[in-house]
Design a protein around this ligand. Structure first.
Ligand SMILES: [Ca+2]
Length: 232
C-alpha cells in the first residue's frame, strides 16, 4: 500500500512539474523525415535562431492588413536554404529566456516579468524581390514582397495558457525551379498578428530553423536593426 501511495505522489509531482516547465519540442525538419511505427521521425534543424520579443498594449503596428495589426521581424538569410522552419509561441514558455546568440526586441527585457499577456499567434513568411546582397537591405523599403506561406495554429506546439493549441509553426521547402518559391539568399520578413481582429499584446518567441548552418543570419524588428546585426 505504501508503495502505491509513493507512486501516486511521484506521479502527481511529475504532472505538476510538466505543467510548470512547459518544454518546447525540438524543431524538426521536413527534409529527411521518416515514418517509423506510424510516427513521424524528424531530424532537428542544424541551425536554430531565436528572437525573444514583446508587444506592448497599443503598440503601433508596422502595417494594417484586412483590419488586422501586422508586425514584422526582418530576417537575413545569408545562403540558399533547402528548407526553412518558422514558429512563434506566445507567451514565451516558462523557464526560457534570451541567452548568448539570441536576438531580442526592444521591449523584451523591461517586460520579462509579465507572464500574463499573450496572443493567439498568426504568422506569414515573405521575401523581398531583388534583394540578394547586404547592400540591398538598406534600399528594401520599396521592395515587393512575395509570400511563401502562412500558419495560424500548430498541434505540434504546446498549448497556450487558455488551453488551446493556438501557437504557429510552418516548414517551407525551397522550389528552385520557381524564383518566387526558391529560398535563396536574401531579405525575408516574418509577419505576425493575432488570429482574431484585436490587440497583439504580450511576450513571444520566434524561431527560424534550417537544415544547414546559416552563418551571419540575423533577425530584427527593424531594417536598421537588421543592418547593424548583419554588419557585426
Ligand atoms: Ca493561432
Amino acid at each position: 500500500m505504501k508503495k502505491n501511495i509513493l507512486m501516486t505522489s511521484l506521479l502527481c509531482l511529475a504532472v505538476t512539474m510538466t505543467s510548470i516547465a512547459q518544454k518546447l519540442p525540438k524543431f524538426g525538419a521536413d527534409m529527411g523525415m521518416k515514418s517509423a511505427m506510424g510516427k513521424e521521425v524528424r531530424v532537428p534543424y542544424t541551425d536554430l535562431a531565436s528572437y525573444y520579443g514583446y508587444v506592448k498594449a497599443g503598440a503601433t503596428p508596422d502595417e494594417e492588413r484586412d483590419g488586422k495589426k501586422f508586425y514584422y521581424l526582418y530576417l537575413w538569410v545569408p545562403v540558399a536554404a533547402p528548407e526553412l522552419g518558422i514558429r512563434m509561441i506566445s507567451p514565451i514558455p516558462s523557464g526560457m529566456e534570451a541567452g548568448e546568440g539570441d536576438f531580442t526586441g526592444a521591449d523584451y527585457e523591461a517586460n520579462k516579468a509579465d507572464d500574463k499577456n499573450y496572443f493567439d499567434t498568426w504568422i506569414t513568411l515573405e521575401k523581398a524581390a531583388g534583394v540578394s546582397s547586404v547592400d540591398g537591405i538598406a534600399v528594401s523599403a520599396s521592395a515587393e514582397w512575395n509570400t511563401f506561406g502562412k500558419n495560424d495554429d500548430s498541434s505540434e506546439l504546446p498549448e497556450q495558457p487558455s488551453g488551446s493549441k493556438y501557437n504557429s509553426q510552418m516548414r517551407i521547402t525551397s522550389d528552385v525551379s520557381d524564383p518566387l518559391k526558391a529560398l535563396t539568399m536574401g531579405l525575408y520578413r516574418i509577419g505576425f498578428t493575432t488570429y482574431k481582429k484585436g490587440e497583439v499584446q504580450g511576450s513571444f518567441l520566434a524561431q527560424v530553423g534550417a537544415p544547414l548552418k546559416l552563418p551571419g543570419s540575423a533577425i530584427s524588428a527593424t531594417i536598421e536593426g537588421l543592418l547593424e546585426q548583419v554588419k557585426k
